[in-house]
Write a protein that binds this ligand. Structure first.
Ligand SMILES: [Zn+2]
Ligand SMILES: [Zn+2]
Length: 638
């Protein structure tokens, strides 16, 4: 019998009889490894763990602990779900595709007669459990395209037939488990019994092949984990995310709304939301002024010709809105850069004037497809805390460091940890080698300076310059892109920006686009979910509410309210003739940090009894003392 040489990842070589499976090799290495093995890499290619090894090769055993092992596991669970759905609904439902995705998988089904609802998830899960318990072997088969097409046509699976038609290969692979067969490249788990813990999570519409002109499918989202404990922990996080959903809390806390009459993706800020936003914007203005930025403001519309000069018309037109006024075409700004360029150009600049840092809370409009709009985090109109730094090439280093320090300060204030990424020169790019080198080195050096680990996305920069992205981590350990720092070699060229150098000659300034929070709308969405609506005192749109115990203290409570409001405390009052407990519960629902209770005793002493939303009571204090308390607490953020 012939033998094959198997090279393992540690560099060792072992020989086995030809036809030995990857699983056999795993067993020969150790029973523990074999138990966890779900797939294998043979000469780099991901294959089933039962694949016979017919020639010398490099072999790596893929276990559930690796991301790709988990992907095989989840994709196999997708087959299990499709199998269960077909068992329950038969010809009523046609199968399409079911990939693994982040945190789980989905499967898209087509049905003219059946509409899936969450109420029947349990029934599908029960069927899946039954099929998993049966421990059906999952078998790979290969056949010609024609026979595969015939097979799926006979089963009435038109979508599978269409998929096969588009495949370039003459042979296709199928995976069979019990009476269920699916077109698939694989790899898959050896049997359904490997699948231990799964849960269907939601159902949504999705177009066949993502094309809005094609059939509407029903996408069932689900997840699976190697064991029940992990699944439970994940579902808990999901539940927590649902509770914190900023769209839900935005409504409950009366912060903002959307209206189909106004247009999709356009935020309408209610009084409390607008106040929250104002507090953040005031904070931003102060922080920028402190760091040597100038506040500027540009118009919402700029002539289309100017968008042609900048290159936006050529490269970004589809995302812009245009309008005609007196036969002149205007574009509504999708970015704030242009007016800032014009300010720079409004006078001759000398090296002594640089750096210039133009800051604008700039509202922009971008056309996003209606399908991707999502609460405050994906909208069509939003305000950026945008700035453009124009500096000499040798100032670039210091400027980037300054921005990263700014990011660090602000993230610290909100209590966010964050991750950094740098994207370097792509294949197609403009700007000289020297420009790129200088800018990339400046970004790199500043990143190293932070002492934080960072990732390098080689070749992932924009064609006009390298950039740093900052991703913050929220309370649920989710990542959100916020700050970006982007070097730009095109706009100074296109707008012919110059400064007079020490040598009396004209030079090109370097330009940096940067945002710290990014979109204010999106950042507020993140804050709502991060804090679960329990905003810290300094940004809470309502910081305190005055509650009287009985009508007897109504006049006094009114006085307290007026005094606090006049001192700048964001306060409201609830003087309704209701039980105190009821009023406290309502204030609690509104997540107001402090409830100021006034009964007869407080009135006689000229005090209030503050109760924190956590239930903690503070010692009674005079309204003036409470004002100082609030001011002291907020001062740390000024
Ligand atoms: Zn598959
Ligand atoms: Zn810009």
């Amino acid at each position: 019998m012939s033998r094959v040489q198997i090279k393992l990842p540690d560099g060792s070589q072992r020989d086995f009889p030809a036809g030995t499976t990857a699983l056999d090799v795993a067993r020969a290495i150790g029973e523990r490894l074999a138990r966890k093995a779900v797939a294998a890499r043979v000469d780099g290619e991901l294959v089933d763990i039962q694949t016979p090894l017919s020639k010398d090769c490099g072999l790596e055993i893929v276990t559930l602990e690796s991301p790709e092992g988990l992907e095989v596991y989840r994709h196999s669970t997708a087959h299990l779900m499709a199998h269960a759905v077909k068992s329950l609904f038969g010809h009523e439902v046609q199968v399409t595709i079911g990939p693994a995705i982040e945190n789980g998988f989905y499967y898209d089904f087509f049905s003219e007669t059946h509409k899936f609802t969450p109420e029947e998830f349990q029934r599908i899960e029960d069927k899946m459990a039954e099929l998993a318990a049966a421990d059906l072997p999952i078998l790979r088969e290969e056949m010609t395209r024609d026979s595969a097409m015939r097979l799926f046509r006979d089963m009435g699976e038109a979508y599978k037939v269409e998929l096969i038609q588009d495949l370039p290969n003459e042979t296709v692979s199928l995976y069979r488990q019990g009476d269920f067969v699916d077109l698939c490249r694989g790899p898959h788990l050896p049997s359904t019994g490997f699948i231990k813990a799964f849960k269907l999570t939601s159902v949504a519409g999705a177009y066949w092949r993502g094309d809005e002109h094609k059939a509407m499918l029903q996408r069932i989202y689900a997840t699976s984990f190697p064991d029940r404990k992990e699944l439970k922990a994940y579902l808990h996080r999901l539940e927590e995310a649902r509770k914190r959903d900023h769209r839900k809390l935005g409504r409950e806390l009366d912060l903002f709304s959307f209206s189909e009459d106004a247009g999709a993706g356009l935020v309408i800020w209610h009084p409390k939301g607008a106040l929250l936003r104002t507090v953040l914007e005031d904070f931003e203005r102060r922080e920028h002024l402190k760091r040597g930025y100038d506040i500027v403001m540009g118009p919402q519309l700029l002539r289309t010709d100017l968008w042609k000069t900048s290159g936006h018309y050529e490269n970004y037109r589809e995302n812009m809105y245009f309008t005609d006024v007196e036969e002149q075409s205007y574009g509504i700004k999708p970015m704030n850069c242009l007016a800032h360029m014009l300010i720079y150009k409004s006078q001759i600049r000398s090296y002594r004037d640089l750096p210039l840092r133009f800051f604008e809370l700039g509202t922009v409009h971008r056309h996003e497809k209606s399908g991707v709009l999502h609460g405050l985090t994906r909208v069509r109109g939003f305000t950026q805390d945008d700035a453009h730094i124009l500096c000499t090439p040798d100032q670039l280093d210091g400027e980037i460091k300054g921005v990263l320090q700014f990011v660090r300060d602000v993230m610290g204030i909100f209590g966010f940890e964050y991750e950094l990424e740098i994207s370097t020169r792509p294949e197609k790019s403009i700007g000289s080698d020297q420009d790129w080198e200088r800018a990339t080195n400046a970004l790199m050096a500043s990143l190293k300076d932070t002492g934080l680990p960072f990732e390098i996305n080689e070749g992932d920069g924009a064609f006009y310059g390298p950039k740093i992205d900052v991703k913050l981590k929220d309370a649920l350990d989710r990542r959100w892109q916020c700050a970006t720092i982007q070097c730009d070699f095109t706009l100074p060229e296109r707008f012919d920006l110059t400064f007079v150098g020490r040598d009396g000659e004209k030079h090109r300034p370097v330009m940096v686009h940067r945002v710290i929070l990014g979109s204010i709308e999106r950042f507020i969405g993140i804050l709502i979910e991060h804090y679960a609506g329990n905003f810290p005192l300094w940004i809470s749109p309502v910081q305190a509410v005055v509650l009287n115990v009985t009508d007897n203290q109504a006049t006094y409570a009114e006085q307290v309210f007026n005094e606090l409001r006049a001192a700048g405390v964001r306060v409201q009052k609830d003087l309704r003739n209701e039980k105190l407990g009821f009023k406290i519960r309502e204030a609690q629902m509104e997540k107001i940090p402090y409830m100021l209770v006034v009964g007869d005793k407080e009135m006689e002493q000229g005090k209030v009894a503050p109760r924190h939303r956590s239930g903690k009571m503070l010692d009674p204090m005079t309204p003036a003392e409470f004002i100082t308390f609030v001011q002291d607490e907020c001062k740390q953020y000024h």
